[in-house]
Design a protein around this ligand. Structure first.
Ligand SMILES: [Mg+2]
Length: 285
């Protein structure tokens, strides 16, 4: 990846993060998880996936399923950058005049499947990948899962099927931000060594820094990691990435900010004076 491309992706990711912050008001959003997967989503839609505003009706395009549906503001923000959504629509988040809800729904262009009830879309993606294979299509199916939702056994059942069917057109991306809701994953149901577990279930595995575009490019360029096996990218990320007053904070999970707080957070995103937030000023659900 050349320097110019890197700068382009970094600038886009900052704009998407600003969009996410601006969606965290008038009802709020799951801001921490949205900010953790932003770089992954930007990378995938600009460098990896054959999906754009002109081919959404083509069944042979690539597919991305967002299993951790509560971070859909990262999708909305990225879709606005690449022309799938009109940018003005982001202002409609959580209003009755649009379908931009807290969780993905298929009324929004580019959203492949409803999500939000966790632990289901890896199974859906596995079925779609099998269908694409049976039709002789050469496209790819990507699913982004949270780390916490890997507690759900349905994920591991899907891994068994994907391995049995040799679905090397399936890419499982884990947003490994080390939190689920307002608790650290390793304090609740430890997941590590996560890569070993996916390998034991028959996948090829790589681990990357989910905020390093060059590292992501190197990993995703090597997909499939093993012929005849699904690929798993474990992306280590920081929940709340880009806004220091939110980063790695268990209580900055779901937040509904005032208009002034939003402006302070946007300034913080751009490296200006930090936002002065107190837990009393935040609604955490
Ligand atoms: Mg998580």
């Amino acid at each position: 990846m050349n320097h110019e491309t890197m700068q382009h992706l970094q600038a886009m990711a900052i704009r998407v993060r600003e969009s996410i912050i601006r969606m965290a008001t008038n009802g709020g959003c799951f801001i921490g998880a949205s900010l953790s997967c932003t770089d992954l989503v930007v990378y995938l839609y600009t460098r990896f996936l054959n999906v754009n505003k002109d081919n959404l009706e083509d069944p042979q395009r690539d597919y991305l399923f967002l299993s951790k549906g509560h971070d859909v503001p990262a999708l909305y923000g990225t879709f606005a950058e690449i022309g799938i959504l009109e940018k003005d629509r982001l202002r409609n988040h959580l209003t009755a005049r649009d379908d931009l809800y807290l969780h993905p729904n298929r009324n929004v262009p580019g959203i492949e499947f409803h999500a939000g009830s966790l632990g289901h879309l890896l199974s859906v993606a596995t079925g779609v990948a099998l269908d694409c294979r049976l039709r002789g299509q050469g496209n790819r199916v990507v699913v982004i899962t949270g780390d916490g939702e890997l507690d759900e056994g349905s994920n591991w059942e899907a891994c068994l099927i994907a391995a049995a069917q040799k679905l090397d057109n399936l890419v499982i991306v884990v947003d490994r931000n080390a939190f689920q809701a307002n608790v650290e994953t390793e304090a609740l149901i430890p997941l590590e060594p996560l890569g070993d577990k996916f390998e034991a279930f028959g996948a090829g595995v790589r681990r990357v820094d989910g905020h390093d575009f060059a590292g992501m490019d190197a990993a995703f360029s090597a997909v499939p990691f093993c012929g005849g096996k699904p690929s798993v990218v474990i992306a280590d990320t920081v929940r709340g990435r880009g806004v220091p007053s939110i980063e790695r904070r268990a209580d900055r999970w779901f937040c509904d900010f005032t208009a002034d707080e939003v402006e302070a957070l946007v300034r913080e995103l751009h490296g200006e004076a930090g936002a002065e937030l107190t837990s009393e000023t935040l609604i955490v659900r």
